[in-house]
Design a protein around this ligand. Structure first.
Ligand SMILES: CCCC[C@H](NC(=O)[C@H](Cc1ccccc1)NC(=O)N1CCOCC1)C(=O)N[C@@H](CC1CCCCC1)C(O)(O)C(F)(F)C(=O)NC
Length: 329
């Protein structure tokens, strides 16, 4: 089995959602496919009503295939300190034509304000490894793991785009979506993430710097978050750039020119074009722009988020020795 789903950029590439059908008859919710976590959770008829703000709600009572997982709960906190929790049903879930008949669907009973205010997302589709699923008394499996037996190949692909629709593929590689060859690198999933190591970087047309950059490929994080040494060197090349406490990261005059950023993938590389490195003007000051590259300090890892991923076609290859494939497009 194989299929693909349209990835819709929400509020200038801050997140990407896909339509997911849950239940019989199908209830279609827009979920944020997140390779940085492993819980599939949704806004639901159980979500406290004052925490709902326009999201589509999954209603298990309207599904003939829903089944309550008695005694199961979940509770998660994300890197940006947002949180959600609730109980769990199983139901039929279909994404891009690929169906899992008894997928654990985590219903939110409570969500933090970031989720309430994000009306573009009806929940998250976690696609990291089962070891970091938060369900109790025991972990439940991701859609990707449950779909393994029916997928032609045990992989999914990400073709995220700048300010326009991209796609996620399931079970196959669409060779029309990239140029050249796909370069595969080993994945360290010991922390539950799609962890990998880049061999170095270059700023604009400067010489390449060989240095290990160990991070996670994370569709659920907006920015590219790297070591301060790299980040400081990058903003040294932008006139008027400064690390702003007000805005919580590096900003620069929107009139300044901004270099591209290249990172190594094995013996090849991915170039993030200049315009991806500028996320646009900060709130209330349209002459000050916020950088797409920010510090990883305090995170314990670098994060290759959407700013990096949308410059490439990325293969998330599952199995006993998972790998990541990167290609230019
Ligand atoms: C500081 C390092 C991580 C920050 C990261 N969050 C982000 O990157 C959020 C994503 C978002 C976009 C739009 C609306 C709401 C949230 N964006 C964000 O903080 N910013 C602020 C800077 O400008 C860009 C947008 C994160 O927690 N990602 C989660 C998944 C998100 C959680 C919040 C809702 C959206 C998905 C993650 O799963 O990828 C994780 F790996 F970081 C994680 O926490 N795993 C457990």
């Amino acid at each position: 089995d194989e299929g693909s789903a349209t990835a819709t950029s929400q509020n200038s590439d801050q997140e990407y959602t896909i339509p997911v059908s849950i239940g019989t008859p199908g209830q279609v919710l827009q979920l944020d496919l997140d390779t940085g976590s492993s819980d599939l959770w949704v806004f639901s008829t159980e979500t406290e009503s004052d925490q709902v703000n326009g999201q589509t709600l999954y209603d298990p009572s309207q599904s003939s295939s829903s089944s309550y997982m008695s005694g199961y709960t979940w509770s998660i906190q994300y890197g940006d300190q947002s949180t959600s929790n609730g109980d769990i049903y199983t139901d039929t879930v279909t994404i891009g034509g690929v169906t899992v008949s008894s997928q654990a669907v985590e219903l939110a009973q409570s969500v933090s304000s970031e989720f309430t205010s994000d009306s573009n997302s009806d929940g998250l589709l976690g696609m990291a490894f089962d070891s970091i699923n938060t369900a109790k008394p025991s972990a439940v499996e991701t859609f990707f793991d449950n779909a393994q037996s029916s997928l032609d190949s045990f992989l999914f692909t990400a073709d995220l785009k700048h300010d326009t629709a991209g796609s996620y593929g399931f079970g196959y590689i669409d060779s029309s979506l990239y140029t050249g060859d796909i370069t595969y690198v080993d994945v360290d999933n010991s922390q539950g993430f799609w962890g990998w190591t880049s061999g170095g970087y270059a700023i604009g047309s400067d010489d390449f710097t060989s240095t290990d950059i160990t991070g996670i490929a994370d569709t659920g994080t907006t920015l590219l978050c790297l070591d301060d040494s790299i980040v400081d060197a990058y903003y040294n090349e932008i006139d008027g750039a400064n690390n702003s406490d007000t805005y919580g990261g590096y900003v620069f005059p929107c009139s300044s020119s901004v270099p591209s950023f290249t990172f190594a993938v094995g013996s090849s590389n991915i170039v993030i074009p200049s315009d991806y490195m500028n996320t646009g003007a900060v709130p209330d000051d349209d002459s000050t722009c916020f950088g797409g590259l920010q510090s990883n300090s305090g995170l314990g890892t670098s994060i290759f988020g959407d700013v990096a991923l949308k410059a490439a076609f990325v293969v998330f290859q599952g199995g006993d020795s998972p790998t990541l494939g990167w290609a230019t497009k």
